[in-house]
Ligand binder design. Structure first.
Ligand code: SF4
Length: 366
């Protein structure tokens, strides 16, 4: 009893601090269930004070599952021949963007496997211009298309992209190496430089990590949060690592913490990040829902303020499985929207229809 009382005091004392050091962050991430309640409560207070109880929609369009990379954890890696590869037609992309615009989502995310060839780059450029014209410049567009050159980032920015999401996946270079093939095309330094190029181009920059990976420690996760802070990131999308059987990393599945533990750790990551970076945008990612039907709602209650309803045509979704057990594979956009409305209300938030929801953090810096 005495020991429990002292631990509770310690977490509460940490939560009173203005700046969290690595030891503080590690202690919060290691907190047991009772202490986690206090962490989530504090994160909710910070969220309400700094970004409000509004949730921003980003309509997700999974444009193509062709990828030139071969990350060891990813279901659509180039080495996985079990998926039929697809590219959405221009009409399908525009129809999805139109749905977002007409339903006042105000923002979309165009995501794809990574390609650096000119045909791909100019196709994205053209799609950006078409979406901008169709929606009369009223949709804000986030890209999630991997590592590109500074020049490509500039071209896409000039064509109408506002934000860019490029996950660091793990801020520890040693762990990053274990998650990627050692072939000279998957270097940690390249990822870092791509993030710097995005910042230099003027995007709102988002990144993120996977939580509960094999070989990963709580100390690594604390370093991930410190990386976000040091990089002064504007948006974060992070969620539990969920293994995919057609990937090399599946071999280490016996070393993984149980799924419930990965979920709990992910929620604590969201909450501690909200406490550390009060005015950034944090996504309640779909991977949380793959473990717990109300995982995303729990993340909203723990500090997240962005949700990405899937607008990808249903016929493609089975072929865009970065991880297994991905939810909502057969839900059309309309059903997905009304389902989310109810869920978000249950979490005590409201949807900010018609608002771009740019990161407050980005707006203050710029
Ligand atoms: S994580 Fe991204 S870059 Fe890596 S294989 Fe998957 S889609 Fe391609």
């Amino acid at each position: 009893m005495v020991r429990e009382a002292r631990e509770m005091t310690t977490v509460e004392e940490i939560l009173e601090k203005h700046n969290l050091g690595k030891e503080d962050i590690t202690a919060l991430l290691s907190a047991g269930e009772d202490d986690s309640v206090a962490i989530f409560r504090k994160a909710r207070e910070v969220k309400n004070e700094f970004v409000g109880n509004r949730v921003y929609f980003r309509g997700l369009i999974e444009y193509s599952n062709y990828c030139a990379k071969n990350c060891l954890y990813c279901g659509i890696r180039s080495g996985n021949s079990r998926y039929a590869r697809y590219v959405m037609t221009d009409e399908e992309v525009l129809a999805a963007a139109r749905y977002a615009w007409e339903n006042r989502f105000a923002s979309i995310v165009l995501q794809s496997g990574e390609r650096e060839d000119e045909a791909f780059i100019s196709k994205i450029e053209q799609l950006l211009r078409s979406i901008r014209e169709m929606a009369r410049n009223e949709l804000h567009i986030t890209l999630s298309l991997g590592e590109q050159t500074l020049e490509t980032y500039r071209r896409w920015s000039e064509a109408g992209a506002h934000r860019y999401l490029l996950r660091i996946e793990d801020a520890n270079p040693d762990l990053y190496r274990k998650l990627h093939p050692d072939d000279g095309r998957h270097a940690y330094q390249d990822r870092l430089e791509a993030l710097q190029a995005l910042r230099a181009t003027g995007y709102q920059v988002g990144t993120g990590v996977m939580i509960g990976l094999p070989f990963q420690t709580v100390s690594d996760l604390a370093d991930d949060l410190i990386f976000f802070r040091d990089f002064d990131i504007d948006m974060v999308g992070m969620g539990p690592y969920i293994e995919h059987k057609d990937t090399p990393l599946y071999e280490y599945r016996n070393q993984l913490p149980p799924l419930r533990h990965r979920l709990q750790l992910s929620l604590k990551m969201v909450a501690v990040l909200r406490i550390m970076m009060k005015d950034i945008n944090i996504a309640a990612t779909t991977a949380l829902q793959a473990i717990d039907p109300v995982g995303r709602e729990k993340a909203l209650q723990a500090g997240a303020n962005v949700i990405m309803p899937n607008l990808t045509p249903v016929k493609y979704r089975q072929d865009y499985l970065l991880y297994e057990n991905k939810p909502c594979l057969d839900e059309e956009a309309e059903h997905c929207k009304s389902c989310l409305e109810t869920r978000i209300q249950m979490a005590g938030d409201t949807i900010a229809y018609g608002e771009w929801g740019d990161s407050e953090h980005f707006q203050k810096r710029s």
